[in-house]
Design a protein around this ligand. Sequence first.
Ligand code: HEC
Length: 103
Amino acid sequence: MRVLTLGLSLMLIAGSSPSLAADAQNGETLATRWCNGCHVVSDEQRKGSDMAPSFAAIASQPSFNEERLAFFLLEPHPKMANMALSRSDTKDLAAYIAGQKHR
Ligand code: HEC
């Protein structure tokens, strides 16, 4: 029981501290919820829209930069309807997208 309580309070601390490192796992959750209608967000996904680049393609661009991407995501891009991401959401997404790069 003690261990569980400790775990929960750690989670609360993590949730309220914006200075912690980006969480690619949360980025994956967000990508699956918000982005996969248009983008292929992972290798497991078969189909996205023809118009949007896959996350693997985005991460593989020579100019790819995780911080710039997080910044880009603060503004919804033109065809993306009412999607408001918090600053930490954009960082988590950028970290997740960075991890989609093909090796
Ligand atoms: C309604 C469809 C749609 C949704 C939903 C969507 N996108 Fe996009 N996205 C596009 C299209 C189309 C483009 C390419 C044209 C453009 O930039 O407007 C694009 C471009 C991008 C680019 C720029 C790629 C480049 O290098 O130019 C990034 C990064 C991106 N999307 C990330 C995301 C993320 C992260 C999400 C989820 C939070 C998301 N998109 C959700 C349609 C969408």
